[in-house]
Write a protein that binds this ligand. Structure first.
Ligand code: ZN
Length: 294
């Protein structure tokens, strides 16, 4: 019966408004929680909070974009490095949206106006069956702290971080990595790194070695990248960027309007100059006429 024990642990991300500390000469590493899923099609139920005045509809877009980013990054990483991580291509997160909680999903995502834990903007709480299988995971996101309201970009970054926990990752020691435990508002979406993806590859290593034995636990350890993998960021699909950070149609239209406005101003100036030239010419003609009469 020991193996049937179930317990939970909460991992959090803290909002930090201070200027981020610059880190030089550190080797990026990431912790693993020591848990894994026993299947690869991971279902997510998103429960938006439309009924509340504090709800910002862009938080739903942010969440969907974050899920897509993880799916794309996993697929991208699985086909790199001589296909030794090809087993990762089996992993896919599939989301549904509902106004109410429903049983049977792997990951639940919902929001509170302000997170119950002070200064915390997101928590990830897995339910674990010993020795290490994740039964489900509940992600709770705050929309503000006492001094700051999260925008779409912030929310996308926080969801990316919490989904990393839901996939079995712990925190990174590297301030520029999405799995760093403190979040400072940045103004742009943070791409997932090769370190994050390598961490997921180790969490799901049972897929390549013991596909019938998902209870083979990943070590609860701190990982660094092997020498053949450089720390770098995976590409973000254009469609997964929030509108304010991508060259949107609105920006393109504004650009064209600016050109038309400039052309219009030049045309007005030309007309004024022509009119002025005509008036001067007319005055000169009148003067000549008067001289001839006298
Ligand atoms: Zn965290």
């Amino acid at each position: 019966m020991r193996n049937r024990w179930i317990f939970t642990i909460i991992l959090t991300i803290i909002l930090s408004i201070q200027t981020p500390v610059t880190q030089t000469q550190i080797q990026p590493s990431i912790d693993l929680q020591g848990y894994t899923w026993d299947h690869t099609n991971i279902t997510i139920l998103i429960v938006p909070q439309n009924q509340h005045s504090w709800w910002n509809p862009s938080y739903l877009n942010a969440t969907i974009h974050a899920i897509n980013m993880w799916n794309n990054a996993i697929l991208n990483f699985s086909s790199s490095y001589d296909s030794q991580f090809f087993y990762l291509s089996q992993i896919r997160m599939v989301y549904s949206i509902s106004q109410t909680f429903e049983h049977g999903f792997d990951i639940y995502i919902t929001w509170q106006e302000e997170h119950t834990d002070k200064n915390t903007i997101g928590t990830s709480q897995p339910l674990i069956q010993l020795p290490c299988v994740i039964i489900n995971n509940t992600i709770i996101l705050g929309t503000k702290t006492k001094t700051y309201v999260l925008n779409e970009v912030d929310m996308q970054n926080v969801v990316l971080h919490e989904l990393g926990h839901a996939l079995g990752l712990g925190h990174s020691n590297y301030a520029n990595d999405i799995m760093y435990p403190k979040y400072s508002p940045k103004g742009n979406v943070t791409a997932l790194s090769t370190l994050d993806l390598y961490g997921v590859a180790v969490v799901f290593e049972w897929l390549s070695r013991y596909p019938q034995m998902p209870n083979i636990c990943p070590s609860k350890t701190s990982l660094v990248l092997p020498s053949y993998i450089r720390y770098e960021y995976l590409p973000i699909a254009y469609d997964d960027l929030p509108p304010q950070t991508s060259p949107s149609y609105k920006t393109a239209i504004n650009f064209i309007l600016d050109i038309f406005n400039s052309l219009y101003a030049i045309l007005l100036l030309v007309i004024l100059l022509v009119l002025l030239a005509i008036i001067i010419k007319k005055l000169q003609t009148n003067e000549t006429t008067l001289k001839m009469i006298s």
